[in-house]
Write a protein that binds this ligand. Structure first.
Ligand SMILES: C[S@@+](CC[C@H](N)C(=O)[O-])C[C@H]1O[C@@H](n2cnc3c(N)ncnc32)[C@H](O)[C@@H]1O
Length: 197
C-alpha cells in the first residue's frame, strides 16, 4: 500500500470556508486538495492501492487529520471544488480520538501528525525534501511505503526532527523545488514505473 501524508501547517480544520475562494478562506486547504487528487485519482479511476492523509493544523478545530482510502472511497471527483465540498461536509462532523469513517472511504480523527503516525503500518517511510538524496537511489518496492510532504510553507524544523527520530528517510525529487501536488505526482509516477510495468 502507498501512503501520502500531507502536512498542512495552516490548512483549516473547520468547515467555515468558502468553496468560491478556497485559497483566501481555508488556510490554503486548496494545496492539500490538489495533493489528494494527485495521490488518489487517475484518469477515469481511483488508485485502490493508495491512502492519502491530510493533516490540518489551522482553524478552530485544529488539529484534525483526514484519511482517504482509494479502495473504499466513492464519488471522488477530480476538481478542487468538489473535493472541497466533500471535505467541508466531513469537517462539519465532530471528530473522535481515532480515525472514524464519516463518508465512504473518508475518515477523520482529532489530532495531528501523532494520530497519523499511530495509524501507519511498519514499512519504509520517506520525508520529501528538496536537496535530500535522490529517491531514484531507493528501491521503493516494499509492500508498505509512506511519503511525508509539506504544504506551501514546507515542513517545519520540529516536525523534521520528530520524523528523523522515527527513522524517516529524507528523499529528493531532483534539483527543482516543486509544488506539493507535483511532488506527489512525481512519486506516483516513479512507483508506477517500477512496480506496475
Ligand atoms: C512547495 S514545497 C515547499 C516549499 C517551501 N518553501 C520549502 O522550502 O520547504 C512543498 C513540498 O513539496 C515537496 N517538494 C517540493 N520540491 C521537492 C523536491 N525537489 N524534492 C523533494 N520534495 C520536494 C516537499 O515535501 C515540500 O515540503
Amino acid at each position: 500500500m502507498r501512503r501520502f501524508v500531507i502536512l498542512g501547517r495552516t490548512a483549516t480544520s473547520s468547515p467555515s470556508f468558502s468553496t468560491e475562494d478556497l485559497p483566501s478562506t481555508s488556510g490554503r486547504l486548496d494545496v492539500l486538495l490538489r495533493c489528494l487528487r494527485a495521490g488518489l485519482l487517475v484518469s477515469h479511476g481511483v488508485r485502490s492501492d493508495t491512502l492519502v492523509y491530510l493533516v490540518l493544523l489551522g482553524g478552530e478545530h485544529a488539529p484534525r487529520a483526514l484519511r482517504f482510502e482509494g479502495k473504499e472511497a466513492r464519488f471522488l471527483r477530480p476538481d478542487e471544488r468538489s473535493l472541497a465540498i466533500l471535505v467541508r461536509k466531513v469537517l462539519a462532523v465532530p471528530a473522535s480520538d481515532s480515525f472514524t469513517e464519516v463518508r465512504p472511504g473518508v475518515s477523520m480523527a482529532a489530532g495531528g501528525l501523532e494520530v497519523v503516525l499511530g495509524d501507519l503500518p511498519p514499512g519504509r517511510k520517506y520525508l520529501l525534501e528538496q536537496g535530500a538524496p535522490d529517491i531514484r537511489t531507493e528501491i521503493l518496492s516494499e509492500p508498505e511505503i509512506t511519503f511525508f510532504i509539506g504544504d506551501h510553507l514546507g515542513v517545519d524544523a520540529s516536525t523534521r526532527e520528530t520524523l528523523a527520530k522515527l527513522g524517516v528517510t529524507p528523499a529528493g525529487l531532483g534539483p527543482v523545488g516543486l509544488h506539493a501536488e507535483d511532488a506527489v505526482t512525481v512519486v506516483c509516477n516513479e512507483l508506477d514505473r517500477r512496480v506496475l510495468t
